[in-house]
Write a protein that binds this ligand. Sequence first.
Ligand code: MF3
Ligand code: CO
Ligand code: CO
Length: 260
Amino acid sequence: MIYLKTSEEIELMQQANTLVSRTLGEVAKWVAPGVTTHRLDTIAREFILDNGGRPACLGYGGFPGTLCIEVNEVVVHGFPSNYTLREGDIIGTDCVVEYNGFHGDTCYTFPVGEIDPKVMALCKTTKESLYKGIEACVEGKRIGDIANAIQTYCEARGYTIVREMCGHGIGKKMHESPEVPNYGRRGIGPVIKNGMCLAIEPMVNMGSRNVKIASDGWTCSTKDGKPSAHYEHTIAMVNGKPQILTTFDYIQEVLGDRFI
Ligand code: MF3
Ligand code: CO
Ligand code: CO
């Protein structure tokens, strides 16, 4: 069942998504060599609670963090830990907030200090592919058009798409129908309609697309140990077009010319 949102509900979605975007802006202030991922998680949790939200990942299916932490070869769903960030790492922080009964979901992959230009290129392409996917959100087109736009953009640049994980509908629940894959054929899947709210989130690898799950049951990493990048926005379909409910502007304000 795909729940189409009313304009009142989309306004509530906007509030949740603004809060989650501001949360990653706070996290951005702390990303640096020497900082533990646990510290970033605490910053995010306290900021969300101080602003009347609920950290929706915390306790979700037993997940132990406010943030999913994605260092280097970790694709998604890594735990906050006492790992200390090092110069040259990349770290994805994926966060979901519930606010007034609705969810906001966003992820940003940060460089830690100076990083390998090849890894920077992976991050840039992944982020650009997110916007290609968003541009493909047109009323009357299909979910496969979003998927294909992301896949085509990334594969043309020599990267691979993780297939085991997808974007998703979002609203009163963190994960709703439909699934939004990052690969697939044009013209297939559910029709895109006004009122749809979607989390679009390419997960893109430098090496092979294959992934493995650690013995903790959650942490998903590339099989070959090569880096993976992940960016995510939540959008709402309004008047035939995507309205991006999350924003990286708060991150950009903090990072300045280090913003990817
Ligand atoms: N934020 C993730 C997503 O983009 C889901 C988090 S799983 C959780 O869909 F267990 F951490 F909540
Ligand atoms: Co997410
Ligand atoms: Co998501």
